[in-house]
Design a protein around this ligand. Structure first.
Ligand code: ADP
Length: 236
């Protein structure tokens, strides 16, 4: 496993999130404190509705906290406006969803290049080569010029992993990325995540899968908006 460097990638201080519901306020997160170091591999568990997605959405800036401070890779993201947040996210965070969210009218390789175009992070003529290298890393180069609807679930998730790495982000966050895959495919996708961590990426993922949860060096548990932290018995 890659070394944990001691540099902090994620820092949440007293983060709360309150949604207004028809039956009153919903406290999705309650004064959550969390520090994640560079190179950590973290699982997030908890019952449905406990606040796991809200936690990830705070870290990616997809949603904003009601209170508290959030610093990601040295950037205070609470003070950014929507445009700044979108640009920041495009470069600094890779996001992987349960249902892949590839654009159906673009080929696989075009989907991988899209975040590069958005972030203007690579020269236009370098993008196809870089996208192909990312597809090779997830063993999907032979599907590069196909449309997403011709791929299997496992292939789609591997494409989404390649896309999350498009701009070489220090942090990759995944919300139940194996939730829609059979166990063998889930295992293969999980091995890819382990490979990313070996290469120094900081990785956080929500999972419901008991057998996968045991494989995280650090496991966070969310219950009713509260966060508890458990070292999984591995070397931190
Ligand atoms: P989990 O990911 O653990 O299933 P969530 O973070 O999605 O939990 O949700 C935590 C709580 O916040 C739940 O009670 C949920 O209904 C509520 N919630 C989440 N998003 C919203 C929203 N956009 N508007 C209102 N309530 C929400």
């Amino acid at each position: 496993m890659a070394e944990v460097t001691g540099k902090q990638v994620v820092e949440l201080k007293d983060v709360s999130k309150v949604y207004e519901g028809p039956a009153g306020d919903i406290h999705a997160l309650r004064e959550v404190n969390l520090t994640v170091g560079e190179g950590e591999f973290i699982g997030v568990r908890g019952p449905s509705g406990s606040g796991k997605s809200t936690l990830l959405n705070m870290i990616t800036g997809i949603d904003r906290p009601s209170d508290g401070q959030i610093t990601i890779a040295g950037q205070d993201i609470v003070g950014l406006n929507e445009n700044q947040l979108a640009r920041w996210r495009g470069k600094q965070v890779g996001v992987i969803f349960q249902f892949f969210q590839l654009l159906p009218t673009l080929t696989v390789i075009e989907n991988i290049m899209l975040p590069m175009e958005f972030a203007r992070a690579w020269k236009a003529k370098e993008r196809p080569k870089r996208a192909m290298e990312l597809l090779e890393q997830v063993d999907l180069a032979d599907q590069a010029f196909k449309l997403p609807n011709t791929l299997s679930g496992g292939q789609l998730q591997r494409a989404a992993i390649a896309r999350s790495l498009a701009n070489d982000p220090p942090l990759v966050v995944a919300d139940e990325p194996t939730g829609n895959l059979d166990s063998k495919t889930a295992d293969r996708v999980f091995a890819l995540f382990e490979g990313l961590v070996d290469r120094g990426v900081t990785f956080m993922m929500v999972t419901h899968d008991n057998s996968l949860a045991e494989r995280f060096p650090r496991l966070l548990h969310v219950a009713d908006g509260y966060l508890s932290d458990k070292n999984n018995g591995h070397k931190a």
